[in-house]
Design a protein around this ligand. Sequence first.
Ligand code: HEM
Length: 510
Amino acid sequence: MASHLHAASQAITAPSASSTPFAAAANALPSVSTPTILVSVFIGLLVLEQFVYRQKKQGLPGDRWTIPLIGKFMDSMNPTLEGYKRQWDSGELSALSVFNIFIVMASSNEYTRKILNSPTYTEPCLVHSAKQVLQEDNWVFLNGKVHSDYRRVLNQLFTRKALSIYLDIQDSISRAHFAKWLANPSKEPSPIMMTCRDMNMETSLRVFCGDHIPTHAVREISDKYWLITKALELVNFPLALPGTKIYNAIQARKVAMRWLEDAARKSKVAMAGGSEVTCLLDAWVKELTDGDSKGKKDYSDREMAMVVLSFLFASQDAMSSGLIWMFQHFADHPEIFAKVREEQDRVRGGNREKAMTLDMLDQMPYLKACVKESLRVKPPVTMVPYKALRAFPISPNYTVPAGSMVIPSLYPSLQDPEVYPEPDRFLPERWLDDNSVANANPKNYLVFGAGPHRCIGVEYTTMNMAVALGTAAMCMDWTHHVTEESEKVQIIATIFPKDGCLLKFRPRDS
Ligand code: HEM
């Protein structure tokens, strides 16, 4: 390459270059070798990387220089709540970079809500690998009108009528799992993380797909989905090479999709044959054929399967986190648990076998306040990565560059001491007083996000958590082996107790 450049300069200075003083000086220079040029280019790119980072960051808090090439990749591999808190405490908006992806993190309620409510400037990107795992054309990546049209159809799957069908499934599956837990009690307290996740996965799969999925496939999907959860780091190694987490997640998704497409096909056959609605897929097919839903009427098996995949994605992880923390909160607060039990006994008329109904749930304000508070104290989702579609003037002083990741953080709003005095404490009572500061500031309750992409599963989630914990309170007692790590958080996409939540269950005493 050096000789080629040299030839070009000769062409410009011809015909008698050697006679000029410049050429004489050039000839006197030592010739530049290829490795030297490569090293120079590499150093130039590193300098450019720092220059671009600082240009984008402008005056935002954040590292003055980014670690070459990888940025904060090592931190994002092992994220900690303490690390996030440091970032949030550094400013209402702050900057970082991972693998040259420029990231703006918002910590205040105002900026967080602004990002969530600006669909012309931002769209959810979940985490960086999500499009590879869930597939580009999954409805969760739609934005604007096409998203709201799609979502209007899906909202039909969470009406009170549909929820009451799901409630029966949730009730019977949680009872079956509790019976199993009690039949094989561990001698010592043991981590309930995976036990709870298994229950939640079976509940979700049966609610979404009913018996259109065989029992052995429930186990297979549940196991495979764990590989998907593990791949959901904020930013992954960019290439899906065999052995990487993203590669494993993509293979897992392929297996899950095969079963889910098969379930969609079977549901259509069952509904065409006049069967009863027994699950979400059935409710969807029935709505399309009988209902007055406007717009698209025909969804392929693959499209339906991708919707269920997105629901599973949210429910198996966030809901498992929510359930585990609630088991822990009840064990650590016997006075609160006693009130829950009193309410359960009263509404169920002392009948421990009585299945939950939506009307009964309406008479359980204390249990519902516990669900709301448990999700606030330990919000499963601490932040929701979005992407800036174009330059986004988020404040008078700062514009998020187009293409950046922009992350609204939910945790700081949920722990705001002005709105939630003693924010670390589990205090369900704060929701029972209509005039409490918590109830006066609903904008702070960001557990499920806000704006056009706010969680579609809110009612489903709160209902499932109430059914599971209400039923557990009716039939079991449990104790928590508290360790130094019980209140600390491990982040596996969502947050879990660092010690896995060590519980010991036994049949209810009295
Ligand atoms: C404790 C449990 C859950 C929590 C904490 C949670 C939280 C969230 C949050 C924070 C978002 C992002 C909202 C935004 O961008 O503003 C979201 C979106 C979503 N959630 Fe949930 N979620 C939970 C359970 C579920 C369940 C069980 C389902 C399944 C039915 C579900 C389905 C979804 C979907 C499909 C979206 C994307 C909605 C859209 O883009 O329109 N979630 N969730």
